[in-house]
Design a protein around this ligand. Structure first.
Ligand code: ADP
Length: 365
């Protein structure tokens, strides 16, 4: 139903979309997610031609809406949009807001538009407010009216651009319920949201935008529970990395402690996980590796430590790599350190001759 080919959008200082290609089928509910600045909102605004592409094509029902002279009224009939900031007409009553597009753009008979508008307001629990003005409504109610106004036009697709991000948290649920019910009725929709749990619940397809295009797409199950590509994984798991290199036997271990504390604080690493990571780093670096460094140091010897923390799973993976130095993890001399590392971790795995991965979570004591 919508086909996007080689879409590019270049602003003066930034090109959020380089080359985007997607097809949207009738009845699809698509959640669009990704780091901020990756052009999610720009994409929706281009589908509605509120923004024109630098190059590429957007076909709606086989018609190229980016073609010069394509009538915008026709596009507005086909493509509805719900904004973060509601955009209701404050000088019109609720029912007037709902009907105005259907009457002026769709040329619907006013009586018919009114009846249908009332029916739609009733379906979102707002018929009692039909003759009120928007200023007397709460944010959640305004957004429900904005959604109904869009549905009243019978568009082929409705675009939602962060529809709940301007709302008080207590009102998010009522708006989500309305969007979910539209999805269940078979409306074709595209939704940009930062609410990952709703993005997963409502959609049948998820687009992850990064690197100027569609970086990965899949079912909610695939994207949220089994992402394949690196940036998707990092985004979904909300990975945070701590990196450190030890290149001298005189390494000041307390500095590392302080740096790690700052990292843990900044990234809200769960307290228990943070304590365990520190205990493991102490045994691994101070108890084993630096000791070894003191006896076997060579010019290019290095110990590289990475801690990757997933905010979502409250799990950390510590990767330690040693270069130009050999040591034996099974050495009886480091038996105690080894036992402590195993005690604090869920899993210890040697991924190469000179690399170990240690998993730490809240679960295991
Ligand atoms: P997202 O919705 O993924 O956060 P946006 O589509 O809002 O991203 O923006 C993508 C990038 O394009 C950002 O770097 C933003 O600053 C820039 N941008 C968006 N709109 C404009 C504009 N009208 N003029 C210049 N730059 C813009």
């Amino acid at each position: 139903m919508i086909e996007i080919r080689h879409l590019k959008k270049q602003y003066e200082n930034v090109t959020p979309i380089e080359d985007l290609n997607v097809t949207v089928n009738k009845g699809d509910v698509i959640s669009i997610i990704g780091p901020s600045g990756t052009g999610k909102s720009t994409l929706l605004r281009m589908i509605n031609m509120l923004e024109s592409p630098t190059s590429g094509q957007i076909l709606v029902d086989g018609e190229d809406v980016t073609a010069p002279g394509y009538p915008l009224e026709k596009l507005r009939e086909k493509v509805g949009m719900v904004f973060q900031s509601f955009n209701l007409f404050n000088n019109m009553t609720v029912i007037e807001n709902v009907c105005v597009g259907a009457i002026t753009i769709k040329k619907m008979d006013p009586k018919e538009a009114f009846d249908r508008g009332m029916e739609l307001l009733d379906s979102v629990g707002l018929s009692a407010f039909a003759f009120a003005y928007p200023k007397s409504l709460s944010g959640g109610q305004k957004q429900r009216v904005a959604i109904v106004r869009s549905v009243a036009m019978n568009p082929e697709v409705i675009l939602f651009d962060e529809p709940t991000s301007a709302l008080d948290p207590t009102m998010v649920g009522e708006v989500h319920a309305v969007i979910k019910s539209l999805a269940e009725q078979g409306h074709t929709m595209m939704l940009v949201t930062h609410d990952m749990s709703f993005a997963e619940k409502v959609a049948n397809r998820v687009f992850f935008l990064a690197d100027g295009g569609l970086y990965e797409e899949g079912t909610p199950e695939e994207i949220f529970h089994n992402p394949q590509r690196e940036k998707t994984k990092a985004f979904i798991l909300r990975l945070r990395d701590f990196h450190m290199e030890i290149d001298t036997p005189q390494y000041d271990f307390l500095t590392m402690y302080t740096q790690f504390d700052m990292f843990a604080l900044k990234n809200a690493v769960a307290g228990e996980v943070s304590q365990k990571i520190k205990a493991i780093l102490e045994e691994l670096c101070f108890g084993i590796l630096i000791k070894k460094l003191k006896t076997d140091f060579a010019e290019r010897t290095r110990i590289i430590i990475d801690v990757s923390y997933s905010e979502t799973n409250k799990t950390a993976v510590i990767t330690a790599q040693w270069r130009h130095i050999t040591f034996d993890f099974d050495d009886p001399e480091i038996m105690i350190q080894r036992a402590l590392i195993r005690h604090y971790s869920d899993n210890v795995e040697f991924t190469a001759d000179n690399e170990v991965k240690i998993t730490v979570s809240e679960k295991k004591n």
